[in-house]
Design a protein around this ligand. Structure first.
Ligand SMILES: *Cc1c(COP(=O)(O)O)cnc(C)c1O
Length: 431
């Protein structure tokens, strides 16, 4: 399988090269040349397959010959070492819990898969790849944990000082080994800008192979399509018409769901559920795509003003607005509505959601007003204790900390403070 750049000004390349580079030389996102549907029998018998079997069959064509089947199976198995339960709230709404991984963020799957692919590619050479990640909270922890100890890979995480939760900070600053945490005197956008500048800084890129572990990287993005298949496996005998409500920020997750649909997974419809950062909601209403500066909300992993994967969605639909609109709806919700939803989910179903899941729940409810016969699954993308302040305040109940979180709380934080691009660059050059 080869990949091309969506800017169309770079050579087509292999899976391996696309993963190592992250972004194409023309700064475009990579996209698979072909997406071949799986046979109908695959979906007819999906309930008899293990998650590893499903994921292996689904991802195989995207990896091609770059990783032998035996090794790819092992990578998939190591990636998926936890559960993906669907919890049904009522006849119309279920939630898929994506927070059972080591950092309790749904990004664990993509990070673990990408790390293992890079580890495989580096097995027989002395290449060194430096992964740069800017994080507003959850990505950093998932990437740090997924890449810990992987041969030939150095991870440098930039996070805004004082602007991630205590738990998130512990998850990214306590691992050591090949993981370095940089505490930036600034906001998330400053971290992101430094990373973007590094990728185009020739003095740096001629010294070292830099890559990204954000969802622009195909090995972080594509494995997310597994979630939609695991849901279908669990619900197909009960519901015919399954729609997904995906709490969206950079639109990587929902776009991977659309790839699953291209592979033949019967999905009725997609809902992009947004917080106040509503570029895509506006686009579907007006056909005009106007990126904006992000605004801060209580579902902060979705505070994105210019979603990087939206261009991949356009490509999947050949930029045909009407076809896209018939398969995708989008709604935007305020923080006040999100808090009300958290309380409603708790008082009606005795279920504790996190603010991102609550936005997904609101999208599901809005959609069901028009299409009451569908069954909508909203994705729970983070464990509620990662947003403890908001959740405990709204439901007025203490929430117990799960073991994965408990285990990092008492560890010692180690970070390096930086304040500008020059100090960041110097630090990279010294490595
Ligand atoms: C990253 C993230 C999202 C948004 O996912 P995208 O693929 O960027 O749309 C939603 N919820 C949580 C908790 C996240 O960490």
């Amino acid at each position: 399988m080869n990949y091309y750049s969506l800017h169309k000004k770079a050579p087509h390349t292999t899976f391996e090269d696309a993963v190592v580079r992250g972004l194409a030389p023309d700064k475009g996102l990579y996209f698979p040349e072909e997406i071949t549907a799986l046979p109908k029998s695959f979906f007819d018998t999906i309930e008899n397959k293990s998650n590893t079997e499903i994921a292996f069959e689904a991802i195989k064509q995207f990896v091609g010959d770059d990783i032998p089947e035996h090794d790819l199976k092992q990578i998939v198995e190591d990636t998926l070492c936890f559960d993906f339960p669907v919890v049904t709230l009522n006849d119309s709404i279920s939630t898929l819990e994506l927070f059972h991984g080591p950092t309790m963020a749904f990004k664990d799957v993509g990070a673990r898969f990408m790390a293992r692919c890079l580890g495989y590619f580096n097995k027989n050479n002395s290449r060194k790849v430096t992964v740069l990640v800017a994080t507003s909270g959850d990505t950093g922890g998932a990437v740090a944990n997924g890449f810990l100890g992987v041969k030939g890979v150095d991870v440098v995480i930039l996070y805004p000082s004082g602007k991630v939760s205590d738990i998130q900070e512990k998850q990214l600053t306590t691992l050591g080994q090949n993981i370095t945490a940089l505490e930036v005197d600034g906001v998330f956008d400053d971290c992101q800008d430094m990373v973007k500048r590094a990728f185009v800084d020739e003095e740096l890129t001629s010294h070292m192979q830099l890559t990204s572990a954000n969802s622009i990287n195909i090995a972080r993005w594509l494995p997310q399509l597994f979630y939609f298949m695991f849901t279908y496996k669990q619900l197909k005998s009960t519901y015919n018409d399954i729609t997904f409500s995906v709490p969206s920020g950079n639109f990587g997750n929902i776009c991977a769901g659309m790839v699953a649909q291209k592979l033949g997974l019967p999905i009725s419809h997609f809902i992009a559920s947004n917080n106040a950062n509503n570029v895509v909601t506006n686009y579907l209403n007006t056909e005009e795509y106007s990126p904006k500066t992000s605004v801060q909300t209580i579902s902060n992993a979705m505070d994105v003003g210019n979603p990087s994967n939206f261009i991949r969605i356009q490509e999947l639909y050949n930029s045909d607005f009407e076809t896209l609109k018939s398969n995708l709806s989008s709604y935007s919700f305020s923080d006040a509505e999100t808090r009300e939803a958290l309380l409603e989910i708790y008082s009606t179903y005795n279920y504790i959601a996190d603010p991102h899941g609550a936005v997904g729940y609101l999208g599901a409810k809005a959609h069901l007003q028009d299409r009451p016969d569908e069954h909508v699954v909203f994705l729970e993308t983070a464990h509620p204790t990662k947003f403890l302040d908001v959740v405990e305040d709204v439901i007025e109940t203490k929430v117990a900390l799960p073991e994965q979180i408990q285990s990092v709380i008492d560890k010692e934080k180690i970070s390096i403070k930086i304040s500008d691009y020059e100090s960041f660059k110097e630090l990279l050059l010294q490595r």
